[in-house]
Design a binder for this molecule. Structure first.
Ligand SMILES: Nc1ncnc2c1ncn2[C@@H]1O[C@H](COP(=O)(O)OP(=O)(O)OP(=O)(O)O)[C@@H](O)[C@H]1O
Length: 272
């Protein structure tokens, strides 16, 4: 994965201030998010952490507009709630935890779908579309897999393709649901390093979920801890990742040690 040039190219619009104001959401009659309030500055990276079922994926899908919710989502002060799908897709891209991968598409064709919101309906790809797709695929080391059917890729390769499709959208805000779930440590670092460089170089604003608390502590500049659908702690990683919070909200025994870029979590085995 190469670094220097912006993966979203010279035309990248830069990040936006993302505000989530009093967001509530339910699945059926069961409320799963309650009055969630979050702000991510342009170029910032907020990682939402929390135990299984605390509402992280539902929060991201609500911000995307793919899940019904109350409250408001704003970009640079303007409500995103209610904007059309194409207009929203030019601003916000989403890489889901469990993407539905279409049959019969090559990796390149799949990544090219990320250009759809920027093109007129049914129009052929333009030079700029091909350039952005090639640039993103190069940065995610997908060149050698370009002509392979997406469904034949390994889980980790598919995850990189899903991220590439989201980046090809040239979004101002990137929503990443467990972007490293299927990745080995080296590929997880590559993907997170890329996301980090995108926010630093192109100013893309990142809202992600991350189960791996050490990776969250190293990469995100702020964490929000969700418990039963409520934000119970929010701030710099060292303030949120404390042994007391891990015990209280995860029921976990762990040491938290200072790493070079943030706290690292060391789980402790039980006394037995
Ligand atoms: N389609 C659905 N129908 C009913 N309940 C759902 C549905 N999807 C999620 N839920 C419930 O909503 C709650 C929040 O789920 P969500 O997937 O947002 O949590 P999460 O924090 O992302 O979990 P995980 O860490 O396990 O991925 C959970 O109790 C879950 O069982």
């Amino acid at each position: 994965m190469t670094g220097a040039t912006g993966a979203t190219g010279a035309t990248a619009p830069g990040g936006a201030r993302l505000e989530v104001l009093g967001l509530g959401a339910a699945h059926g009659r069961t409320a799963v998010l309650h009055d969630v309030r979050l702000t991510v500055d342009p170029g910032g990276w907020l990682a939402v952490i929390g135990p299984n079922g605390s509402g992280k994926s539902t929060l991201l899908r609500s911000v995307l507009g793919a899940h019904p919710h109350s409250g408001q989502v704003r970009l640079d002060g303007a409500p995103l709630t209610g904007t059309g799908v194409r207009a929203r897709a030019r601003q916000v891209a989403y890489a889901p935890q469990q993407p539905v991968l279409p049959e019969g598409l090559t990796t390149r064709d799949y990544v090219s779908l990320g250009r759809t919101p920027h093109r007129a309906l049914l129009s052929a790809p333009r030079a700029v579309d091909r350039r952005v797709v090639a640039e993103v695929m190069g940065r995610l080391e997908l060149d050698g897999l370009a002509e392979r059917l997406l469904t034949t890729l390994s889980g980790g390769e598919q995850q990189r393709a899903v991220l590439a499709r989201a980046l090809a959208q040239q979004p101002r805000v990137l929503l990443l649901d467990e972007p490293t779930a299927a990745l080995d440590l080296g590929h997880a670092q590559q993907v997170l390093d890329l996301v980090d460089s995108l926010r630093r170089q192109d100013g893309i604003t990142v809202l992600s979920t991350l189960h791996d608390l050490t990776l969250a502590g190293q990469y995100a500049d702020r964490l929000a801890l969700l418990s039963a659908g409520r934000v119970v702690a929010e701030g710099p990683p060292a303030d949120v990742l404390t042994p007391a919070a891990l015990q209280r909200y995860y029921g976990a025994r762990a040491h938290v040690v200072a790493g070079p870029h943030g706290p690292a979590v060391l789980p402790l085995r039980g006394p037995g």
